[in-house]
Design a protein around this ligand. Sequence first.
Ligand code: AMP
Length: 183
Amino acid sequence: MKKHLLFLGPPGAGKGTQASVISEENCYLHLSTGELLRQEVEMKTSLGLQVKEVINSGKLVDDELVLAIVKKNLTSNKNGWILDGYPRNVSQANSLNLVLRELNQPLEVVFYLNLDEEILIERLLNRGRKDDNEKTIRTRLKIYDEITKPLINYYQNQNILEYIDGDRDLKIISDNIRQKIGL
Ligand code: AMP
């Protein structure tokens, strides 16, 4: 059974939802950098104050800051872990490789969840998060296209990419994922 997983895909594709379902039922650690960053903003920590504007604009937070968060949280969870929203660019993916080598826990599957852009926008507008207004959504989708999308090829070249059609019922998607990790 595969237990070191990554969810890749545009904002609104359902990465967080699926990562929650799969991590809860297997007691995997669910590491969402977006969620951790939002908590810092909420708690008004110095890191939170530092990243608040960037998050609300839809741009990416500095690589070093995010890497520090990942290192702090990605401990050697025995059961496994799911990365959600990290890495977001090739430099982060290279850093992640190094961290995982140190932990001796190689990434086993990268699930690429995808959806049409129109559906994504509609979903994000309905989600109602603070960084889900129209302007921010456009910025986030553009950054995804330009900066994060190359990771699809990056992981395809490592032969660990699995495509998941995100335009289906939640339960069907979860079943699809379970099957691919050998549950
Ligand atoms: P998410 O919840 O994954 O959509 O992330 C929300 C916001 O947090 C993003 O729009 C970025 O501003 C920031 N963020 C989350 N993960 C990362 C990351 N890996 N690198 C840089 N910024 C990130």
